[in-house]
Design a protein around this ligand. Structure first.
Ligand SMILES: Nc1ncnc2c1ncn2[C@@H]1O[C@H](COP(=O)(O)OP(=O)(O)OP(=O)(O)O)[C@@H](O)[C@H]1O
Length: 269
């Protein structure tokens, strides 16, 4: 469904092109990138470092605009941050002077709305943070802080969750634990997730589809359907099918099997 009908997609990226203005001229980060994500689908985006993954995700969130092209949510063009779209970054970005409860309440204070305490308590329980509401970020491990960031994002009940390399800074055991947690949360209450990662194994574990971007300027170079049923065990991750899929994607990225869409030296305006 990478270039399907945007009217049937939950989230649709159409011809996304982004030029950053820098001191040395225009820098083309994305070039005609198009993809669709179905409702409740989990899609990972991988690609060489600097190919435009974060640029694409930020565009999807409405946090920054595109030079050309558009992002559609349920067929409607996104023109800025949208209440239906949540985002989790690599850093948990908790406010250090607020305890966990106050951090989770913060977006509601900004919006002037009342948090759904029952839903938040359910989420805190789901991620194993019940009883930690009075703790400050410095009292929480990196994994716990990221769990809190996930609760903060989901507390707003978004229909799309964007995750930008959320577990990249965690050790591999905690990362596995967090991957299982994301899967459990999704099984509990399916939602549309777009996940950026440098880990192909993580992408395969979590996703229905893995989209590979070309080297910068980024555009969709390839996509892979991940055929394994959920819940996915770590035994599945040790099978030959997963090994072959991982290698195919790795070869695309590090083996240079996906080509640049155009030379990066080309002047852009
Ligand atoms: N605000 C900005 N101003 C100028 N250039 C930028 C800006 N943000 C990103 N870039 C450049 O745009 C390109 C794409 O960056 P982006 O962070 O989107 O890539 P990425 O694939 O997420 O990178 P990584 O894999 O290293 O996290 C890079 O060359 C980067 O240096």
């Amino acid at each position: 469904m990478s270039a399907g009908d945007p009217r049937t997609a939950k989230l649709s990226v159409r011809d996304a092109t982004k030029v950053y203005q820098t001191a040395s001229g225009g820098l083309l980060a994305l070039d005609g990138c198009s993809l669709d994500v179905r409702a409740n689908e989990v899609v990972s985006i991988v690609g060489p470092s600097g190919c435009g993954k974060t640029t694409l995700l930020w565009s999807m969130s409405g946090l920054h605009g595109l030079t050309r092209g558009e992002i559609l949510l349920d067929g409607q063009r996104i023109t800025g941050p949208h209440p239906d779209i949540g985002i989790v970054f690599q850093e948990a970005n908790l406010l250090p002077w607020r305890n966990l409860d106050a951090n989770i309440n913060f977006p509601f204070e900004i919006k002037g709305t009342t948090p759904d305490r029952a839903w938040i308590n359910h989420l805190l329980h789901r991620v194993g943070l019940d009883g930690f509401g009075g703790k400050f970020p410095r009292e929480l491990s990196g994994g716990m802080q990221q769990r809190a960031a996930i609760v903060r994002a989901l507390s707003l009940k978004p229909s799309v969750l964007l995750m930008d390399e959320p577990f990249g800074a965690l050790d591999s055991f905690t990362r596995d634990e967090m991957n299982r947690l994301v899967e459990e949360i999704w099984l509990d209450a399916p939602t549309t997730i777009v996940f950026i990662t440098h880990s192909i194994e993580e992408a395969i574990f979590l996703s229905d589809r893995v989209i590979v971007l070309s080297p910068r300027p980024g555009r969709v170079a390839k996509e892979y359907v991940v055929p394994f049923a959920r819940p996915r065990s770590f035994e599945i991750m040790a099978t030959k099918e997963v090994f072959d899929l991982t290698n195919a994607i790795k070869l695309d990225i590090v083996g240079g099997r996906v080509a640049r869409s155009r030379p990066v030296t080309e002047p852009v305006h």
